[in-house]
Design a protein around this ligand. Structure first.
Ligand code: UDX
Length: 451
């Protein structure tokens, strides 16, 4: 590669590690930094701290090629890199604002290690926000670095938000729809465009505030689309219409688009819930109460409650009923359980006294760390989980569940009832297979009976 550059990424979580591996794959020289020594030890030993398809392969390949290295020392990365990414967590604080403690600490540490430029020897660096941050954070990062760095340090702040989706993180990073770069100088824009020139994606260059806003606005819009379709699903249930058809009917209008119109038990995960909350918070602080976002959140919460009610409508009393729960992660192809709707439902069912047999292809180990209950059994096989069950609940749309052997399932269950929170089956097929099948926003019996 012609234009390989030296890059440091501070924070080796989902975003940092994927970004690092993908930039290395493109030929850049990347050092991934994290203050968690155990994590860095694992990564050096070729082991993953998270499950993300193809990530391990990519990390190992680039580590062997010496394009990707790992360290706990911020100083190492700051000294050598032309671009320093900050990819630490910006979790939701108690007030609903993003908690920027880690970001501030890292900015300070970068500042302390920024080498001063001298006559004839420039050490110009770019410090790029990769973490999702509220608009105007760049101004604070800049002020913070100025405060703690040598007056001769030469740097620019850039906002370069990530749009990767867990489960397809490699693809969504290597082949992004767009790359957003918020800059204050032409020099910074040039360096960042060079970094991404082989990605073949449109690059949108803006000011820093706009770039920061684009990230919050994108995730909030996606959340709004999901809440919109979930509200439609509830209307469909009342009106005896089919939300699949309605979503198809509206989504084929190119202005609306088909993606993110899957009705279910609401959005979860590390990003959407916290970003909607943080966006609403910053908008209010700026003087514009973004009430639409509060409604998006309300619909999302309500979707879980409605789903548990649906289970109760079918089983009546939940106490001592055996329920199989399929799926614990917030979405398929990840072991991430942060803000997982499945976990909320699990907790609610346990609170109502149900006996739960849970199965997830990847995330049982994660859930075990945070949830132990005498009424909860973790199973390592889908059919074992379904054994003796009064009802099977689908909470995550893993591909494995879609390929369920219905005959075998029916044999092992006490009652052939499925409550599907992700609409993975056709109601008609389930009825034919002898199941009582309930899903979200689709008329089950009516469709089959009408024929
Ligand atoms: C999201 C954004 O998509 C990504 O661009 C950003 O960088 C990080 O946040 P991610 O958290 O990986 O990515 O998950 P996403 O694929 O957006 O799904 C979020 C939640 O919405 C999941 O719980 C998913 O099951 C749910 N969802 C998604 C729906 O319920 N219906 C849909 O149609 C789409």
């Amino acid at each position: 590669m012609e234009h390989n550059m030296k890059v440091a990424i501070i924070g080796s979580g989902h975003v940092g590690l994927v970004t690092g591996a993908c930039l290395a794959e493109k030929g850049h020289q990347v050092v991934c930094i994290d203050n968690n020594q155990a994590k860095i030890r694992m990564l050096k030993a070729g082991r993953m701290t998270i499950y993300e398809p193809d990530l391990l392969k990519l990390v190992k390949k680039n580590y062997r090629a010496k394009r990707l290295t790992f360290t706990t020392k911020i100083s190492t990365g700051v000294k050598s890199a032309e671009v320093i990414f900050i990819a630490v967590g910006t979790p939701l604080g108690e007030t609903g604002a993003a908690d920027l403690t880690q970001l501030e600490r890292v900015a300070r540490e970068i500042a302390e290690h920024l080498p001063p430029s001298r006559k004839g020897k420039s050490h110009y660096k770019i410090i790029a926000e990769k973490s999702t941050v509220p608009v105007q954070t760049g101004e604070n990062v800049k002020a913070c670095i100025k405060r703690y760095a040598s007056p001769k340090a030469q740097f620019d702040i850039v906002s370069n938000p990530e749009f990767l989706q867990e489960g397809t993180a490699i693809k969504t990073t290597l082949q992004p729809d767009r790359i957003v770069i918020g800059v204050e100088s032409k020099r910074a824009a040039r360096v960042m465009c060079k970094l991404y020139e082989t990605f073949g994606a449109p690059i949108i260059v803006t000011d820093i505030n706009s770039a920061e806003l684009i990230k919050h606005a994108s995730n909030a819009f996606l959340a709004m689309k999901i809440s919109y379709v979930n509200a439609l699903a509830n209307i469909c249930e009342l009106a005896k219409a089919d939300v699949h058809k309605v979503a198809q009917g509206i989504g084929t209008d190119k202005r609306i688009g088909l993606s993110f119109l899957k009705a279910g038990i609401g959005y979860g995960g590390y990003c959407l819930p916290k970003d909607v909350a943080a966006f609403a918070h910053i908008a209010e602080r700026l003087g514009y109460p973004f009430n639409l976002l509060y409604e998006v959140q309300r619909i999302n919460r309500d979707q879980r409650t409605r789903f548990v009610k649906k289970i109760e409508d079918e089983l009546w009393v939940l106490k001592d009923k055996t329920i199989t729960l399929l799926g614990l992660s917030f979405k398929p192809d990840t072991d991430d359980i942060r803000e997982s709707p499945a976990l909320e439902i699990l907790r609610e069912l346990l609170a109502k006294g149900a006996r739960i047999r849970a199965y997830d292809p990847k995330s049982c180990a994660q859930v075990k760390k945070v949830l132990a209950h005498k009424m909860l059994t973790y199973c390592n096989n889908l059919y074992v989980a379904a054994k003796g069950s009064h009802c099977l609940v689908i909470a995550t749309d893993w591909a494995e569940f879609k390929q369920l052997d219905l005959k075998r399932l029916k044999k092992v269950m006490t009652h052939p009832t499925i409550i599907d929170g992700r609409n993975i089956f056709e109601p008609e097929r389930m009825k034919k297979a002898g199941f009582t099948y309930r899903c979200i926003g689709r008329p089950y019996e009516q469709i089959a009976d009408r024929k």
